[in-house]
Write a protein that binds this ligand. Sequence first.
Ligand code: 13P
Ligand code: SF4
Length: 301
Amino acid sequence: MNFLKEIENLKEVKNAIILAHYYQPGEIQEIADYVGDSYYLSKIAQQSPAQFIVFCGVEFMVESAKILSPDKRVFWGNTDSNCKMVDEFHDEELIELMELHQDAAVVSYVNSSTRIKTMSYTCCTSSSAVPTVKSIENKKIIFVPDKNLGSYVAEQCPEKEIILGKGKCYVHDNVKAEEVLKLIELNPGALVLTHPECQKEVRDISDYIGSTGNILNYAIKSDKESFIIVTEMGITHILGKKCPEKKFYFPKMICGGMKRTTIEDVYRCLNYEENEILLPEDVIEKAALALSNMIRLGEKR
Ligand code: 13P
Ligand code: SF4
């Protein structure tokens, strides 16, 4: 069977769209109607008139799309696509922090479980974390789960007292400064563009820190010719297409959860309507508050 042709037909028949994160395999990015970082994709899911959405990404991204658009049908490309940061951060840790710091507002990185979102005042993405925290009245902020993104936010918001969770992303946290320094030595003149989920030692030797989408825009607009990209390597697909004349070097960074979706998975979602996200109404209602605040506060930037 020609899955690509079938997918095109089914999309038309069902008035469906396919969303893919930049970390998805190249062939999935190729068939997607929209490719982007987590902030962009959650906005597209909310704003698109399409009622049938196949989301190729990790669970929290797909659930966020459903929560923001409860009347749409949202399908998860591959249900084994997990985010380890989400899996490894448990409710109890947040509950303990909330008990210890009752005057703090809870800001949860969107890379968190739906249950964590129901306990949060607002969510944020890596691109909106700093302006979101700045816009909140409380001086004290509990920021979970990512300790690295949280420490970056604390550096950028010295007026706030940030209480950090202990979560981390194994893909970004594993990169060591020595590895990046070696790449700098091998590629003199290359600019270092880094995701804020990386450790402080890596951020401190970087020329630019930003979300996946912001790293991409920076590389496109820059008049420099070579870059060391310190984020998941799926972004090479779009970098190669947008700036074929530029050179990109990477530490080896691969998110296993993001690489599971296949073309056949997408076909199965569209044809057999497999992997639909269904959440209890009260959970949607509670988590929607934090996600709507994320979009509202993110728009104020
Ligand atoms: P972005 O907000 O840059 O899309 O990051 C999502 C993510 O999972 C990073 O590891
Ligand atoms: Fe989660 Fe890290 Fe993968 Fe992003 S790269 S989806 S934070 S495990």
